[in-house]
Design a protein around this ligand. Structure first.
Ligand SMILES: Cc1cc2nc3c(=O)[nH]c(=O)nc-3n(C[C@H](O)[C@H](O)[C@H](O)COP(=O)(O)O)c2cc1C
Length: 208
């Protein structure tokens, strides 16, 4: 049942090396391709970053140079050690939605398509992590789109390495602590800063 699948979902951040099976990826992309689009415009593209040299270079760039934040602000100046990274962009497969124009209509289309990809993945037993914290223009350019294109959303897909009890894990490079990221934390654990704000069902849904 979809409800049970979604109730078990969490934002995955830390991955095993195991790649997604080709037939599962094909299924996920077919589902994303079936997404509706306002007025049928489909003014976006989906880039699939896998294990090629180019893909890995873009993932590393996204992770270390483009998506970390301090105090919720992307690429904020501050001492190394306090950055909060976004491990979603290091997943075995990373999907990046690139909108041809920066407007609400296209942004909505990207979110509909990416949500369908998330559901299709979770249905296949693949973990997912949305990432909306990225340099939209720079990422589109990194993918070879130098016109008015912007990348509003990316999503990591794969199998996690392990679940965490702690709500965060530290991030090191060359034995230096660069910061941290949230862990792979079960949905029942509500104490993380990204979880405490969730409203109750009655606060969120109003039967009129
Ligand atoms: C559109 C969208 C963008 C998101 N962007 C980010 C992001 O950039 N970084 C991040 O750590 N989580 C991101 N998330 C994940 C949310 O923070 C997460 O879903 C929420 O905190 C609840 O946690 P859970 O998914 O583990 O239940 C995003 C979620 C959505 C729906």
């Amino acid at each position: 049942m979809l409800r049970e699948i979604l109730e078990k979902r969490f934002t995955a951040k830390w991955w095993s090396d195991k790649p997604i099976e080709q037939e599962k990826l094909d299924y996920i992309l077919d589902c994303a391709y079936s997404a509706p689009s306002k007025n049928g415009k489909y003014n976006y593209e989906i880039f699939v970053l896998g294990d090629s040299e180019k893909s890995n270079e873009i993932k590393q760039w996204l992770y270390w140079e483009n998506t970390y934040c301090i105090g919720g602000e992307r690429l904020r100046e501050g001492p190394i050690g306090h950055r909060r990274y976004n491990g979603q962009v290091l997943a075995p497969t990373v999907l990046v939605w690139v909108a041809k124009h920066k407007n609400e209509e296209t942004f909505n289309d990207c979110l509909v398509s990416s949500t369908i990809a998330m559901i299709a993945s979770e249905e296949q037993g693949i973990n997912t992590g949305f990432n909306g914290c990225l340099g939209e223009k720079e990422t589109a350019e990194k993918l070879g789109r130098y016109d008015s294109s912007h990348a509003p959303i990316a999503m990591g897909l794969g199998y996690i390495d392990k679940m965490d009890d702690d709500i965060q894990r530290e991030v090191y490079k060359d034995n230096v602590k660069y910061g941290f990221d949230y862990g792979n934390v079960k949905p029942e654990i509500r104490r993380g800063p990204n979880r405490v704000g969730k409203k109750t069902k009655d606060e969120l849904i109003h039967l009129m």
